[in-house]
Design a protein around this ligand. Structure first.
Ligand code: GTQ
Ligand code: FE2
Length: 368
Protein backbone atom coordinates (compact mmCIF):
# COMPACT_ATOMS: atom_id res chain seq x y z
CA UNK A 1 0.00 0.00 0.00
CA UNK A 2 1.17 3.52 -0.74
CA UNK A 3 1.80 5.53 2.41
CA UNK A 4 2.06 9.26 2.72
CA UNK A 5 5.47 10.89 2.88
CA UNK A 6 6.75 11.02 6.45
CA UNK A 7 7.49 14.67 6.20
CA UNK A 8 4.26 15.68 4.47
CA UNK A 9 2.40 18.15 6.70
CA UNK A 10 -0.96 16.74 7.77
CA UNK A 11 -2.75 19.95 6.92
CA UNK A 12 -1.36 19.95 3.37
CA UNK A 13 -2.50 16.36 2.90
CA UNK A 14 -5.99 17.17 4.16
CA UNK A 15 -6.12 20.00 1.68
CA UNK A 16 -4.97 17.74 -1.14
CA UNK A 17 -7.71 15.19 -0.36
CA UNK A 18 -10.33 17.91 -0.14
CA UNK A 19 -9.23 19.40 -3.48
CA UNK A 20 -9.24 15.97 -5.13
CA UNK A 21 -12.76 15.38 -3.87
CA UNK A 22 -13.86 18.76 -5.17
CA UNK A 23 -12.35 17.95 -8.56
CA UNK A 24 -14.17 14.58 -8.76
CA UNK A 25 -10.87 12.69 -8.54
CA UNK A 26 -10.15 9.74 -6.26
CA UNK A 27 -6.62 8.74 -5.15
CA UNK A 28 -6.20 5.05 -5.99
CA UNK A 29 -3.73 4.56 -3.15
CA UNK A 30 -6.52 4.91 -0.58
CA UNK A 31 -8.93 2.46 -2.25
CA UNK A 32 -6.79 -0.03 -4.15
CA UNK A 33 -7.41 -2.89 -1.71
CA UNK A 34 -11.19 -2.64 -2.13
CA UNK A 35 -10.88 -2.58 -5.91
CA UNK A 36 -8.15 -5.03 -6.81
CA UNK A 37 -9.03 -7.87 -4.48
CA UNK A 38 -6.96 -11.06 -4.43
CA UNK A 39 -10.08 -12.93 -5.57
CA UNK A 40 -13.72 -12.11 -6.36
CA UNK A 41 -15.68 -10.61 -3.47
CA UNK A 42 -19.30 -10.67 -4.60
CA UNK A 43 -21.67 -8.49 -2.59
CA UNK A 44 -24.40 -11.11 -3.02
CA UNK A 45 -24.36 -13.81 -0.35
CA UNK A 46 -25.22 -17.51 -0.66
CA UNK A 47 -28.98 -17.66 0.02
CA UNK A 48 -32.04 -19.88 -0.31
CA UNK A 49 -35.68 -19.05 -0.94
CA UNK A 50 -37.94 -21.94 0.19
CA UNK A 51 -40.90 -22.93 -1.99
CA UNK A 52 -43.05 -23.11 1.12
CA UNK A 53 -42.48 -19.39 1.66
CA UNK A 54 -42.74 -18.27 -1.96
CA UNK A 55 -45.71 -20.37 -3.07
CA UNK A 56 -48.40 -18.97 -0.68
CA UNK A 57 -47.20 -15.44 -1.43
CA UNK A 58 -47.49 -16.06 -5.18
CA UNK A 59 -51.01 -17.44 -4.62
CA UNK A 60 -51.97 -14.36 -2.61
CA UNK A 61 -50.58 -12.17 -5.41
CA UNK A 62 -52.82 -14.03 -7.90
CA UNK A 63 -55.82 -13.18 -5.70
CA UNK A 64 -54.88 -9.52 -5.15
CA UNK A 65 -52.94 -8.31 -8.18
CA UNK A 66 -54.16 -8.44 -11.78
CA UNK A 67 -51.80 -8.95 -14.71
CA UNK A 68 -52.31 -6.16 -17.16
CA UNK A 69 -50.59 -3.29 -18.96
CA UNK A 70 -48.49 -1.25 -16.58
CA UNK A 71 -47.56 -4.08 -14.21
CA UNK A 72 -47.13 -6.52 -17.09
CA UNK A 73 -45.99 -9.50 -15.02
CA UNK A 74 -46.89 -11.17 -11.72
CA UNK A 75 -43.35 -11.86 -10.71
CA UNK A 76 -41.68 -12.20 -7.31
CA UNK A 77 -38.01 -11.45 -7.81
CA UNK A 78 -35.33 -13.02 -5.65
CA UNK A 79 -33.68 -10.12 -3.80
CA UNK A 80 -30.32 -11.14 -2.41
CA UNK A 81 -29.88 -9.65 1.10
CA UNK A 82 -26.28 -8.75 0.23
CA UNK A 83 -27.37 -6.41 -2.57
CA UNK A 84 -28.85 -3.65 -0.40
CA UNK A 85 -32.46 -3.97 -1.55
CA UNK A 86 -31.82 -4.33 -5.26
CA UNK A 87 -34.17 -6.90 -6.84
CA UNK A 88 -31.41 -9.21 -8.06
CA UNK A 89 -30.66 -12.79 -7.05
CA UNK A 90 -26.92 -12.24 -7.57
CA UNK A 91 -24.93 -9.33 -9.00
CA UNK A 92 -25.40 -10.31 -12.65
CA UNK A 93 -28.65 -12.31 -12.70
CA UNK A 94 -32.35 -11.77 -12.23
CA UNK A 95 -34.21 -14.78 -10.84
CA UNK A 96 -37.91 -14.89 -10.02
CA UNK A 97 -41.04 -16.91 -9.47
CA UNK A 98 -43.74 -16.01 -12.00
CA UNK A 99 -47.39 -16.91 -11.41
CA UNK A 100 -50.18 -16.88 -14.00
CA UNK A 101 -53.75 -17.63 -12.90
CA UNK A 102 -56.35 -19.57 -14.92
CA UNK A 103 -57.47 -17.80 -18.15
CA UNK A 104 -54.95 -15.00 -17.63
CA UNK A 105 -52.57 -13.61 -20.17
CA UNK A 106 -49.50 -11.45 -19.51
CA UNK A 107 -49.21 -8.66 -22.11
CA UNK A 108 -46.77 -8.85 -25.03
CA UNK A 109 -43.53 -6.86 -24.94
CA UNK A 110 -39.85 -7.13 -25.73
CA UNK A 111 -36.60 -6.06 -24.10
CA UNK A 112 -32.91 -6.21 -24.83
CA UNK A 113 -32.17 -8.44 -21.80
CA UNK A 114 -32.61 -12.14 -22.62
CA UNK A 115 -34.80 -14.46 -20.57
CA UNK A 116 -35.33 -18.13 -19.89
CA UNK A 117 -38.21 -19.93 -18.18
CA UNK A 118 -37.92 -23.20 -16.31
CA UNK A 119 -41.35 -24.64 -15.54
CA UNK A 120 -42.07 -25.88 -12.01
CA UNK A 121 -45.72 -26.87 -12.22
CA UNK A 122 -48.93 -26.44 -14.20
CA UNK A 123 -50.11 -27.06 -17.72
CA UNK A 124 -52.13 -25.43 -20.46
CA UNK A 125 -49.76 -22.45 -20.63
CA UNK A 126 -47.70 -21.21 -23.53
CA UNK A 127 -45.25 -18.38 -24.11
CA UNK A 128 -45.47 -16.90 -27.58
CA UNK A 129 -41.99 -15.91 -28.81
CA UNK A 130 -41.97 -13.89 -32.05
CA UNK A 131 -45.22 -15.55 -33.17
CA UNK A 132 -44.27 -19.10 -32.12
CA UNK A 133 -46.44 -20.39 -29.27
CA UNK A 134 -44.18 -22.56 -27.09
CA UNK A 135 -46.18 -24.89 -24.84
CA UNK A 136 -44.88 -25.08 -21.27
CA UNK A 137 -44.90 -28.17 -19.08
CA UNK A 138 -43.07 -29.14 -15.88
CA UNK A 139 -39.30 -29.45 -16.37
CA UNK A 140 -39.35 -27.71 -19.76
CA UNK A 141 -36.88 -24.91 -20.54
CA UNK A 142 -38.28 -22.13 -22.74
CA UNK A 143 -36.10 -19.37 -24.24
CA UNK A 144 -37.04 -15.75 -24.82
CA UNK A 145 -33.96 -14.29 -26.54
CA UNK A 146 -33.23 -10.58 -26.15
CA UNK A 147 -35.51 -8.33 -28.25
CA UNK A 148 -37.95 -11.18 -29.09
CA UNK A 149 -41.63 -10.27 -28.60
CA UNK A 150 -43.18 -12.40 -25.88
CA UNK A 151 -46.43 -12.91 -23.98
CA UNK A 152 -47.66 -15.67 -21.69
CA UNK A 153 -51.12 -17.25 -21.88
CA UNK A 154 -52.78 -19.61 -19.42
CA UNK A 155 -55.68 -21.31 -21.23
CA UNK A 156 -56.17 -23.81 -18.39
CA UNK A 157 -58.17 -23.92 -15.17
CA UNK A 158 -55.25 -24.00 -12.73
CA UNK A 159 -52.53 -21.49 -11.87
CA UNK A 160 -49.08 -22.01 -13.28
CA UNK A 161 -45.71 -21.32 -11.66
CA UNK A 162 -42.33 -21.08 -13.29
CA UNK A 163 -38.84 -19.76 -12.69
CA UNK A 164 -37.73 -16.73 -14.74
CA UNK A 165 -34.07 -15.98 -15.27
CA UNK A 166 -32.78 -12.86 -17.03
CA UNK A 167 -29.43 -11.20 -17.68
CA UNK A 168 -31.06 -7.87 -16.70
CA UNK A 169 -28.44 -6.78 -14.11
CA UNK A 170 -25.64 -7.51 -16.59
CA UNK A 171 -27.30 -5.55 -19.39
CA UNK A 172 -28.12 -2.79 -16.91
CA UNK A 173 -24.46 -2.62 -15.87
CA UNK A 174 -23.59 -2.26 -19.57
CA UNK A 175 -26.20 0.51 -19.91
CA UNK A 176 -27.89 -1.48 -22.67
CA UNK A 177 -31.48 -1.87 -21.45
CA UNK A 178 -34.27 -1.22 -23.95
CA UNK A 179 -37.97 -2.08 -23.46
CA UNK A 180 -40.95 -1.79 -25.78
CA UNK A 181 -44.61 -2.77 -25.32
CA UNK A 182 -46.32 -4.60 -28.20
CA UNK A 183 -49.16 -2.62 -29.79
CA UNK A 184 -51.75 -5.27 -28.79
CA UNK A 185 -52.13 -7.32 -25.62
CA UNK A 186 -51.14 -10.51 -27.43
CA UNK A 187 -49.25 -11.34 -30.60
CA UNK A 188 -50.99 -13.34 -33.28
CA UNK A 189 -49.81 -16.97 -33.24
CA UNK A 190 -48.56 -18.01 -36.71
CA UNK A 191 -49.73 -21.55 -37.35
CA UNK A 192 -49.49 -24.53 -34.98
CA UNK A 193 -47.65 -24.34 -31.66
CA UNK A 194 -43.99 -25.28 -31.14
CA UNK A 195 -42.75 -24.39 -34.64
CA UNK A 196 -39.13 -23.98 -33.45
CA UNK A 197 -38.99 -27.65 -32.47
CA UNK A 198 -40.30 -28.95 -35.78
CA UNK A 199 -37.80 -26.99 -37.82
CA UNK A 200 -34.92 -27.43 -35.37
CA UNK A 201 -31.38 -28.06 -36.63
CA UNK A 202 -30.19 -31.62 -36.00
CA UNK A 203 -27.23 -30.63 -33.73
CA UNK A 204 -26.93 -31.73 -30.11
CA UNK A 205 -29.19 -30.07 -27.54
CA UNK A 206 -27.01 -31.00 -24.58
CA UNK A 207 -23.37 -31.27 -23.74
CA UNK A 208 -21.83 -32.89 -20.69
CA UNK A 209 -19.92 -30.36 -18.64
CA UNK A 210 -19.60 -26.95 -20.25
CA UNK A 211 -19.82 -25.49 -23.72
CA UNK A 212 -17.17 -24.00 -25.99
CA UNK A 213 -15.46 -20.69 -25.22
CA UNK A 214 -16.66 -19.25 -28.52
CA UNK A 215 -18.86 -16.18 -28.10
CA UNK A 216 -21.81 -16.34 -30.46
CA UNK A 217 -24.29 -13.48 -30.19
CA UNK A 218 -26.96 -15.50 -32.02
CA UNK A 219 -29.38 -17.18 -29.61
CA UNK A 220 -30.54 -20.75 -30.17
CA UNK A 221 -33.27 -21.01 -32.85
CA UNK A 222 -34.68 -23.88 -30.80
CA UNK A 223 -36.91 -22.23 -28.18
CA UNK A 224 -38.02 -25.21 -26.09
CA UNK A 225 -36.06 -28.03 -24.45
CA UNK A 226 -38.43 -30.73 -23.23
CA UNK A 227 -38.14 -32.47 -19.88
CA UNK A 228 -38.47 -35.94 -21.43
CA UNK A 229 -35.28 -35.32 -23.48
CA UNK A 230 -33.40 -33.76 -20.56
CA UNK A 231 -34.40 -36.60 -18.24
CA UNK A 232 -33.28 -39.24 -20.77
CA UNK A 233 -29.91 -37.54 -21.20
CA UNK A 234 -29.38 -37.26 -17.42
CA UNK A 235 -30.19 -40.96 -17.02
CA UNK A 236 -27.70 -41.83 -19.74
CA UNK A 237 -24.97 -39.72 -18.10
CA UNK A 238 -25.71 -41.05 -14.59
CA UNK A 239 -25.51 -44.66 -15.80
CA UNK A 240 -22.04 -44.00 -17.25
CA UNK A 241 -20.62 -42.15 -14.22
CA UNK A 242 -19.59 -42.84 -10.61
CA UNK A 243 -19.71 -39.19 -9.64
CA UNK A 244 -22.14 -37.78 -7.10
CA UNK A 245 -23.37 -35.21 -9.61
CA UNK A 246 -23.78 -35.55 -13.35
CA UNK A 247 -24.23 -32.29 -15.21
CA UNK A 248 -25.35 -31.26 -18.65
CA UNK A 249 -25.58 -27.89 -20.28
CA UNK A 250 -28.37 -27.07 -22.74
CA UNK A 251 -26.80 -26.06 -26.06
CA UNK A 252 -27.66 -24.18 -29.19
CA UNK A 253 -28.00 -27.00 -31.77
CA UNK A 254 -26.54 -24.79 -34.51
CA UNK A 255 -23.12 -24.21 -32.96
CA UNK A 256 -22.87 -25.93 -29.58
CA UNK A 257 -22.76 -22.56 -27.76
CA UNK A 258 -24.81 -21.65 -24.70
CA UNK A 259 -28.55 -21.21 -25.30
CA UNK A 260 -28.34 -17.41 -25.07
CA UNK A 261 -25.11 -15.42 -25.58
CA UNK A 262 -25.10 -14.26 -21.95
CA UNK A 263 -26.74 -17.18 -20.17
CA UNK A 264 -25.95 -20.82 -19.68
CA UNK A 265 -28.60 -23.26 -18.52
CA UNK A 266 -27.76 -26.60 -16.99
CA UNK A 267 -29.31 -29.56 -15.26
CA UNK A 268 -27.62 -31.55 -12.52
CA UNK A 269 -28.67 -34.99 -11.29
CA UNK A 270 -27.44 -35.51 -7.74
CA UNK A 271 -27.16 -39.19 -6.88
CA UNK A 272 -27.31 -40.19 -3.21
CA UNK A 273 -24.45 -42.11 -1.67
CA UNK A 274 -21.76 -41.03 -4.10
CA UNK A 275 -18.83 -38.76 -3.34
CA UNK A 276 -18.89 -35.09 -4.37
CA UNK A 277 -16.16 -32.50 -4.04
CA UNK A 278 -16.62 -28.75 -3.74
CA UNK A 279 -16.12 -26.68 -6.87
CA UNK A 280 -15.68 -22.94 -7.11
CA UNK A 281 -16.16 -20.99 -10.30
CA UNK A 282 -16.06 -17.38 -11.37
CA UNK A 283 -19.51 -16.13 -12.28
CA UNK A 284 -22.82 -16.36 -10.46
CA UNK A 285 -25.27 -19.24 -10.43
CA UNK A 286 -28.93 -19.61 -9.51
CA UNK A 287 -30.16 -23.13 -8.73
CA UNK A 288 -33.80 -24.24 -8.92
CA UNK A 289 -34.70 -27.56 -7.30
CA UNK A 290 -36.89 -29.37 -9.79
CA UNK A 291 -37.37 -32.58 -7.81
CA UNK A 292 -35.89 -34.52 -4.91
CA UNK A 293 -34.39 -33.50 -1.59
CA UNK A 294 -30.92 -32.86 -0.35
CA UNK A 295 -28.54 -30.11 0.67
CA UNK A 296 -25.74 -28.03 -0.71
CA UNK A 297 -22.76 -26.70 1.20
CA UNK A 298 -21.74 -23.22 0.09
CA UNK A 299 -18.85 -21.46 1.79
CA UNK A 300 -19.01 -23.85 4.77
CA UNK A 301 -22.75 -23.32 5.36
CA UNK A 302 -25.33 -26.04 4.84
CA UNK A 303 -28.46 -25.22 2.79
CA UNK A 304 -31.20 -27.89 2.91
CA UNK A 305 -33.51 -27.94 -0.08
CA UNK A 306 -36.48 -29.63 -1.64
CA UNK A 307 -38.61 -29.27 -4.78
CA UNK A 308 -39.41 -25.70 -5.76
CA UNK A 309 -36.70 -24.10 -3.60
CA UNK A 310 -34.30 -21.65 -5.25
CA UNK A 311 -30.77 -20.87 -4.06
CA UNK A 312 -27.76 -18.93 -5.26
CA UNK A 313 -24.02 -19.49 -5.37
CA UNK A 314 -22.19 -16.18 -5.89
CA UNK A 315 -18.89 -16.12 -7.74
CA UNK A 316 -15.98 -18.16 -6.30
CA UNK A 317 -17.90 -19.61 -3.35
CA UNK A 318 -17.15 -23.35 -3.02
CA UNK A 319 -20.31 -25.38 -3.72
CA UNK A 320 -21.03 -29.06 -3.23
CA UNK A 321 -24.35 -30.86 -3.62
CA UNK A 322 -25.66 -33.90 -1.73
CA UNK A 323 -28.93 -35.74 -2.31
CA UNK A 324 -31.02 -37.72 0.18
CA UNK A 325 -33.04 -39.12 -2.69
CA UNK A 326 -32.17 -38.65 -6.37
CA UNK A 327 -32.49 -34.95 -7.05
CA UNK A 328 -32.50 -32.78 -10.17
CA UNK A 329 -31.25 -29.20 -10.00
CA UNK A 330 -31.71 -26.68 -12.80
CA UNK A 331 -29.00 -24.00 -12.98
CA UNK A 332 -28.71 -20.61 -14.61
CA UNK A 333 -25.32 -18.93 -14.89
CA UNK A 334 -23.44 -16.08 -16.51
CA UNK A 335 -20.37 -18.21 -17.37
CA UNK A 336 -20.63 -17.70 -21.18
CA UNK A 337 -19.76 -14.03 -20.63
CA UNK A 338 -16.80 -14.78 -18.37
CA UNK A 339 -15.54 -17.46 -20.75
CA UNK A 340 -15.88 -15.22 -23.80
CA UNK A 341 -13.93 -12.49 -22.00
CA UNK A 342 -11.17 -14.83 -20.86
CA UNK A 343 -11.82 -14.41 -17.13
CA UNK A 344 -13.49 -17.75 -16.42
CA UNK A 345 -11.84 -19.86 -13.71
CA UNK A 346 -12.88 -23.10 -12.12
CA UNK A 347 -11.30 -25.10 -9.32
CA UNK A 348 -12.23 -28.39 -7.68
CA UNK A 349 -11.16 -28.49 -4.05
CA UNK A 350 -9.41 -31.55 -2.66
CA UNK A 351 -11.77 -32.29 0.23
CA UNK A 352 -15.38 -31.63 1.26
CA UNK A 353 -15.91 -28.40 3.22
CA UNK A 354 -16.23 -28.35 6.99
CA UNK A 355 -19.81 -27.38 7.75
CA UNK A 356 -19.71 -24.58 10.31
CA UNK A 357 -23.35 -23.42 10.17
CA UNK A 358 -26.79 -24.27 8.77
CA UNK A 359 -28.92 -21.79 6.88
CA UNK A 360 -32.32 -21.12 8.49
CA UNK A 361 -34.80 -19.59 6.07
CA UNK A 362 -36.45 -16.69 7.91
CA UNK A 363 -39.98 -17.34 6.78
CA UNK A 364 -39.80 -21.10 6.32
CA UNK A 365 -42.56 -22.71 8.40
CA UNK A 366 -40.58 -25.79 9.36
CA UNK A 367 -37.13 -25.49 10.83
CA UNK A 368 -34.79 -27.49 8.64
O1 GTQ B 1 -42.04 -12.81 -18.30
O2 GTQ B 1 -41.49 -11.26 -19.68
O3 GTQ B 1 -39.29 -12.20 -14.31
O4 GTQ B 1 -40.15 -9.19 -18.75
C1 GTQ B 1 -38.93 -10.20 -15.49
C2 GTQ B 1 -39.15 -9.44 -16.62
C3 GTQ B 1 -40.30 -11.92 -16.41
C4 GTQ B 1 -41.40 -11.77 -18.59
C5 GTQ B 1 -39.51 -11.44 -15.39
C6 GTQ B 1 -39.94 -9.93 -17.66
C7 GTQ B 1 -40.53 -11.18 -17.53
FE1 FE2 C 1 -40.37 -9.91 -20.59
Amino acid sequence: MTVERQDAPAAALDTLYARLDEAALRPLWTITEQLLTPEPRPKAVPWLWPAETMRPLAEEAIRLVPVERGGERRVLSLANPGLGGRPYAVGTLWGALQALGPRESAPAHRHSPGAIRFVLEGEGVWTTVDGDACDMGPGDLILTPGWAWHDHTNAGDAPMFWFDGLDLPMIEALDGVFFEPYPDDRQPVDGPHNASERGAPAGARFVEGRVTDALDPRPSPLLAYRWADTDAELSRLAAASDDGVVSLEFTNPVNGASVLPTLSCGMHRVVPGRATLPVRRTGNTIYVVYQGEGHSVMGGRRFDWRAGDMFVAPSWVPVEHHADAQADLFSLGDAPVLRALGVYREETLAAPQDVTSTFQPKNGKNPR
